[in-house]
Design a protein around this ligand. Structure first.
Ligand SMILES: [Zn+2]
Length: 394
């Protein structure tokens, strides 16, 4: 075994190799020139590393043309390792199996009751992962990691779900550790908004961008922030809690303990309450969106007002972070222009003009799959890169 010390020739080589792998993993495929630009390595170093990775079966190299010139495009081999994504939502469980070449090999979603215990939730996730891996024809030892999405903030130090998480029976449980023990695989955990951002960044409406915000509006409201191509989480893991911006300090009491947070005006529970007097109980947010598309004036008004409130939050975000794109996800995004128009109006009204001018507000293109695909992308960005090499060589 090697006894590298930091700074030695071979640990430097290893570090360079991992930089190249990481760049290719997140992009899907890159030319050698793009790898050199993205990693800051010289063309000769990139060329040597790509040759080595090709010989080990970790990457495949194909001829392509970039800007009319011949180039060599590098992508990870489909055999370089399998990644698993699991998304626990308020009412669903979704699992996907993919490879490092960005292909989704199997995917399934199942309804889940809000009141299901963490134990039952893990049982179902474990069974679904085993079945999808078998369907895709891979043994668990080909899996380099599992990405896990949960609907609430994760404490960076303990890995436990915070008390403001949407799943009532899960507070204080460390889902990553629990699932790692059950599956015998490394598990990377993040909240649903961050994973939605990663999913749209790698596969959807944010491809090719380095700075964006993904805003998820469903039962709760949260944002995933991508800064310089990476998720910004903050030291405590709570960055992006846009749903708890105060809009009215005399407003309704929020689950966070404050009053008049953005979420208390646009979270599904609050929107449905507004419509109960005229439309009765038993409404769902997708149902309200459907009625709005059919022309129901009350539903349209409620969605437009929610858009204006969300836009106030987006304007603040825009002033602070100056993202190039805001991607709307979650159930409310299905309202399309009925909600996006009012969001843009508020941004134009409240954001600094120069920041607003550079911003586009668009719906996500992945719908309800954004989080589970983001869970796959999380493994691609977080897993130790040597794991892919080990799997490719095994
Ligand atoms: Zn709040």
């Amino acid at each position: 075994m090697s006894t590298d010390t930091p700074g030695s020739q071979s640990s430097l080589h290893r570090a360079n190799l991992e930089r190249v792998l990481r760049a290719v993993r997140m992009a899907g495929s890159l030319t050698q020139a793009e790898i050199a630009r993205g990693t800051g390595l010289s063309a000769a170093t990139v060329s040597n590393i790509v040759r080595e990775l090709k010989e080990s079966g970790t990457v495949v190299v194909a001829d392509t043309s970039a800007g009319g010139r011949r180039a060599r495009s590098v992508s990870l081999s489909g055999d370089a390792g399998i990644v698993v994504g699991i998304d626990f939502g308020h009412t669903h469980l979704r699992v996907a199996v993919g490879n490092l070449a960005h292909r989704v090999l199997a995917e399934e979603s199942a309804p889940m009751d809000v009141d299901v215990s963490a134990e039952q939730g893990f049982d179902r996730a474990e069974a679904l992962v085993e079945r999808l891996l078998a369907e895709a024809g891979f043994r668990p030892d080909k899996v380099i990691g599992v990405g896990l999405g949960v609907p609430g903030p994760i404490d960076v130090e303990t890995g436990a779900l915070g008390s403001t998480a949407i799943l009532p029976g899960w507070t204080g449980i460390a889902p990553g550790r629990e699932l790692a023990d059950r599956l015998g695989l490394p598990v990377h955990v993040d909240n649903d908004a961050n994973l939605g951002a990663l999913g749209e960044l790698v596969w959807g409406a944010g491809r090719g961008l380095g700075d964006l915000a993904y805003i998820k509006v469903a039962s709760g409201v949260g944002a995933g922030l991508v800064v310089n191509g990476q998720i910004y989480r903050g030291p405590g893991g709570t960055a992006g809690e846009i749903g708890h911006i105060t809009l009215d300090e005399a407003g309704p009491v929020c689950r966070c303990g404050n009053r008049g947070c953005l979420e208390t005006f646009v979270g599904s529970r609050y929107l449905l309450n507004l419509l109960t007097p005229t439309l009765g109980t038993g409404l769902t947010l997708p149902g309200v969106v459907e009625l709005a598309h059919q022309g129901d004036l009350g539903c349209r008004r409620v969605i437009a007002d929610a858009g204006r409130q969300i836009g106030t939050g987006v304007a603040t975000l825009c002033n602070l972070l100056n993202p190039r794109r805001v991607i709307l996800g979650g159930d409310l995004a299905e309202a399309g222009e009925l909600v996006l128009g009012p969001i843009r109006d508020s941004v134009a009204r409240y954001a600094i003009p120069s920041a607003a001018r550079q911003l586009s507000v668009v719906p996500g293109t992945l719908g309800g799959r954004a989080e589970v695909l983001g869970a796959l992308a999380l493994v691609m960005s977080e897993a130790g890169d040597s794991s892919a090499l080990a799997v490719a060589r095994s």
